[in-house]
Design a protein around this ligand. Structure first.
Ligand SMILES: *[C@@H]1O[C@H](CO)[C@@H](O)[C@H](O)[C@H]1NC(C)=O
Length: 405
C-alpha cells in the first residue's frame, strides 16, 4: 500500500498522461532518501490513530459500497483504548494491534494519547468529541477500573441497568460533551442482555483560513446512475490551495487550509463514480503525510458543497475485519469483571458542518484563476490535524442531497 511516488502535473488544464516516464527515477530517489516521517511520541501516536482510522474506514467502505459514510476515528481510538485498560495482557495485545499501537513502544502510551486528544480538541480547531464505556451492572463490576479510566482520561465509565432512563442520560451526556450538536446518539436503550458497550461521538465545524465569497447558490452535483441533484455550494476565485493530480488513483487532490493548523484533503475522482476503492486502499498515515509534502500551492476557482451531515452507525460488525475476531470471542476484560463479558455495541455518531466563513479574504488579482476545482461529483475527504498528523474525520460523499443533520 505504500506509494513511493506521487505524480503532479500542472497547467491550464490538469492532464494525467505526461509524467509516466519519470516514475522509475523518482522511485529510486524516494527509496534512497527514505526518512522517518513520524519522530515524536505525539506524531507517532497521531499516525497510529490515523492508520487505525483508515482501516476502520476501509472496513466500513467495503460493507457500504455506494452510500455516504463518515467516521471520526480518533474518538473510536479513545474509547477502545479506555476499554483496553480493563483487558488481560493477551486481550490488550490484541486490541493494541488493531489500534496500531503495537509498533509505538511508548511507555507513556496513555499520557501521549491523552495529550493528543487534548491538543486536537483545542478551541479553534473545531472538533469536540465524547467517548465513554457503558457496562451492565449485572456483571458485578470492579470499581478499580472506573477509577483507573477516570484518572487517566477524565471520563468515568458508567454502569447501566437496561432501562429507558439510561438512554436519556447517555444522550444528554453526549450532547453536553459536543456543545449540543450530537443529539440522540441512542434511539433505544441498551437491552437487558447487553454487556459492554462503547459510545463515541464527534462534532466538527472547522473554519477556513480563506473565506468563500459566494455561498448558498444551488448548483448541480452529479450522482452515479441518476439525475444530478441540486445542492447549495460555496464558491471563490483565486482561492489558495495545495493541489496535485494522481494518475494511478485517477483523481485530483486538494488540501484546503483551516484555522489552527487543521486541513481538509479532498480526493475527487476524474469520473462520476461511487467506487473509490482505489483511493480508499491507498490511504495510510504515511501516504497522506507524503501527499501533504508533495502537493503544490495553486490558486484555483474553488467550488465546494456546503455540507451539513449527521451519521450514526454501530461499528461492532467491523471489528472482526480489523483482526479482532479472536478477541471478540474472548474479550478477557478481567479488570472490569470476573465474569465473561461480551462487547455488545460500539456506537458511533458524527455531525459535521461546513460554512463559508474564514478569517482572510482571497487576494485580488487582475487575472482570474486558470485552474478550476469543482467538487460537483462523488468525492472522498478527510480532516487532518497538521500538528500531530492525526485523522480527525473522514468521509465519502456520493449524494449530498441525502445528507441531513
Ligand atoms: C471498484 O473498482 C475496482 C478497481 O478500481 C474494481 O476492482 C472493483 O471491482 C470495483 N467495484 C465495484 C463494486 O464495481
Amino acid at each position: 500500500m505504500k506509494r513511493a511516488t506521487f505524480l503532479l502535473i500542472f497547467g491550464v488544464v490538469l492532464s494525467f498522461c505526461q509524467a509516466q516516464s519519470e516514475t522509475g527515477d523518482e522511485e529510486t530517489a524516494a527509496e534512497e532518501e527514505h526518512v522517518e516521517l513520524f519522530t515524536t511520541p505525539q506524531t507517532k501516536m497521531g499516525a497510529a490513530t490515523s492508520d487505525f482510522g483508515y482501516n476502520l474506514f476501509r472496513a466500513l467502505a467495503s460493507r457500504e459500497t455506494s452510500s455516504n459514510i463518515f467516521l471520526s476515528p480518533i474518538s473510536v481510538s479513545a474509547v477502545l483504548t479506555q476499554l483496553s485498560m480493563g483487558a488481560s495482557e493477551r486481550a490488550q495485545r490484541q486490541l493494541y494491534r488493531a489500534l496500531r499501537y503495537h509498533t509505538l513502544q511508548d511507555p507513556q502510551l496513555h499520557s501521549t494519547l491523552k495529550d493528543l486528544l487534548t491538543s486536537v480538541k483545542a478551541p479553534g480547531k473545531g472538533l469536540s468529541t465524547a467517548a465513554r464505556i457503558y457496562l451492565a451492572r449485572r456483571l458485578r463490576l470492579k470499581q478499580e477500573f472506573f477509577a483507573l479510566v477516570e484518572q487517566q482520561y477524565g471520563v468515568r465509565p458508567k454502569a447501566f441497568q437496561g432501562v429507558n432512563k439510561d438512554m436519556a442520560e447517555i444522550n444528554t451526556w453526549v450532547a453536553q460533551e459536543t456543545g449540543g450538536k450530537v443529539q440522540r446518539l441512542l434511539t433505544s436503550a441498551f437491552p437487558r442482555t447487553s454487556g459492554v458497550n462503547t459510545v463515541s461521538a464527534s462534532y466538527f465545524k472547522g473554519k477556513w483560513v480563506t473565506r468563500f465569497g459566494q455561498s448558498g447558490a444551488m448548483q448541480n452535483f452529479q450522482v452515479e446512475g441518476a439525475a444530478p441533484v441540486s445542492i447549495p455550494m460555496m464558491q471563490q476565485d483565486n482561492y489558495p490551495v495545495k493541489m496535485g493530480a494522481d494518475s494511478d488513483l485517477s483523481c485530483t487532490i486538494t488540501q484546503i487550509q483551516m484555522q489552527n493548523d487543521v486541513s481538509m484533503f479532498i480526493f475527487l475522482p476524474d469520473d462520476v463514480t461511487t467506487n473509490m476503492t482505489q483511493v480508499e486502499e491507498s490511504l495510510t498515515a504515511e501516504f497522506v503525510q507524503d501527499l501533504s509534502m508533495t502537493l503544490l500551492p495553486a490558486k484555483v476557482s474553488l467550488t465546494l458543497p456546503t455540507l451539513k451531515l449527521s451519521y450514526s452507525t454501530d461499528l461492532l460488525p467491523l471489528l472482526g475485519d480489523l483482526g479482532l475476531d479472536e478477541w471478540l470471542a474472548d474479550t478477557g476484560l478481567e479488570k472490569i469483571t470476573a465474569q465473561a463479558a461480551t462487547l455488545s455495541s460500539v456506537k458511533h455518531k458524527v455531525v459535521m458542518e461546513t460554512a463559508p466563513e474564514g478569517n482572510q479574504y482571497p487576494g485580488i488579482t487582475s487575472t482570474p484563476s486558470h485552474l478550476v476545482y469543482r467538487v460537483d461529483r462523488p468525492f472522498l475527504f478527510l480532516i487532518r490535524d497538521e500538528t500531530s498528523g492525526a485523522l480527525l474525520f473522514i468521509g465519502r460523499v456520493v449524494n449530498p442531497k441525502a445528507l441531513t443533520i
